[in-house]
Design a protein. Structure first.
Length: 427
């Protein structure tokens, strides 16, 4: 257990700066709906993307009865319901509460946790992080301080394979070989070693330290410029842990491929992707019918069906889900675009469909405007619709963007070239 240390709030360095936030975080939730051009929008947090079958069925009924019938997966493994009727907020909240999807109404927007979706299923990680996930969610919901976190603050629980550790979370816990875990605060170059059973509490404590340092001025760790080392040191002091060490060299694993996933003991799970993260009512029904006991939504807008039989793959493919890693839809994402968003300059989902090409290479993300809502972390091709028409195509590597030559009549070819060409040294 972590040592109980009672300390007053610490004062951050006078040389550190934070973004000035003169308004409340307007990130939508299940109780705070957002008004879009296609109706109200609800964003329902699903920690680790884990849904029991009955919970998934409840979400499907809510989408059908109150909205446009579709479910939209986010880059954090959450679910958005769109086209909701005006005044349906109370009924939606009651439905979600009855399904166990609102364990704490005060914390519903801050239950942002991504976790290795294949953990415990394929034998590739060091540990099964599902116990961490359940404990961290319970700790967050029980913390008075955590209720003040922004709806944008993110926890990541990585089983050691290196998939969600690369998603830019504010607090990352990664399983270490031989037992134990590494805690990383923001994008710090150092990690704190903690015992396996201490990891969830250590993650929450790091978030609480952030809240004290931010004092309402920042929503994400990255906004506390110059304070990373201070946050790490204070977290270490309260944990009574050893001094932080340099980030160890660790492997990085890409998103789960589509198709069957077989463990060493022969147990098979299924991995599918939703084209552009959009699931129609029939597709969602097919997923819930194929699930054995739960579904796991991934940060790559996919769904894992633990221990589901391979015979269900043909049914899922027939419903229009991506079951083949060679599908041209693999690695293609987009924001909602027109007509759902008033700020969008184009119907980027239709644009993405017309520009599908050979699979492989960098993922590509289509944005309807410069806000780039939902864009992925890491290297990717960035396609942004411009006011007045046209698209800007750029290759993003190591956080740096390089624009491709403009050729409006050859947009599909430009995107395909950007995905496959090596621009890593062209600066």
């Amino acid at each position: 257990m972590l040592a109980a240390v009672s300390t007053p709030s610490f004062r951050p360095s006078s040389q550190a700066t934070a973004a000035s936030r003169d308004r409340d975080d307007a990130c939508p939730g299940a109780l705070r709906l957002h008004t879009a051009d296609d109706g109200a929008l609800a964003r329902i947090r699903i920690p680790g993307g884990v849904l029991r079958v009955d919970q998934a069925q409840a979400l499907g009924r809510a989408a059908r009865d109150l909205g446009d019938g579709e479910l939209h997966l986010t880059s954090r493994g959450n679910v958005q319901l769109r086209g909701l009727e005006s005044g349906c907020g109370a009924e939606l909240a009651q439905r979600l509460s009855n399904a166990g999807l609102l364990p704490s109404w005060r914390h519903e927007r801050v239950r942002n946790v991504v976790a290795s979706p294949l953990s415990g299923l394929d034998g590739r990680g060091f540990v099964d992080v599902q116990p961490w996930l359940r404990e961290l969610d319970a700790l967050v919901c029980a913390s008075e301080a955590a209720a003040r976190l922004s709806g944008r603050f993110l926890f990541a629980l990585d089983d050691g394979r290196g998939d969600v550790a690369t998603l830019g979370a504010d607090v990352t816990v990664r399983a270490a070989p031989g037992g134990g875990a590494w805690l990383r605060v923001g994008a710090s170059d150092a990690v704190v070693s903690v015992r396996f059973e201490e990891a969830p509490r250590a993650a929450l404590l790091a978030a609480e330290v952030f809240l004290e340092a931010a004092d309402g001025r920042a929503w994400r760790m990255s906004e506390l410029t110059g304070q990373t080392s201070v946050l790490v040191s204070e977290t270490v002091r309260r944990l009574q842990a050893a001094e932080p060490t340099a980030t160890p060299a660790w492997r990085v694993t890409a998103e789960p491929p589509s198709g069957p996933v077989t463990a060493a003991n022969g147990t098979t799970s299924l991995s599918v992707l939703a084209p552009l993260g959009r699931l129609t009512a029939p597709q969602w029904s097919e997923l819930t019918a194929s699930a054995v006991h739960e579904l796991r939504l991934t940060p790559w807008r996919g769904v894992i069906l633990p221990t589901a039989p391979t015979s269900r793959l043909s049914h899922l493919a027939a419903a229009g889900l991506i079951t083949d890693p060679a599908s041209p839809w693999a690695g293609v994402g987009a924001c909602i675009g027109r007509p759902g968003c008033a700020k969008s300059h184009a119907d980027v989902r239709a644009d993405a469909a017309t520009a599908l090409g050979p699979t492989g290479g960098l993922p590509v993300y289509w944005s309807g405007c410069e806000r780039r809502c939902g864009r992925p972390r890491g290297d990717h091709v960035d396609v942004v619709a411009e006011q007045g028409g046209g698209h800007q195509v750029s290759v993003v590597r190591d956080g740096l963007a390089q624009a491709m030559p403009r050729n409006p009549s050859q947009l599909a070819a430009t995107v395909a070239a950007a995905r496959t060409q090596d621009h890593s040294h062209d600066q």
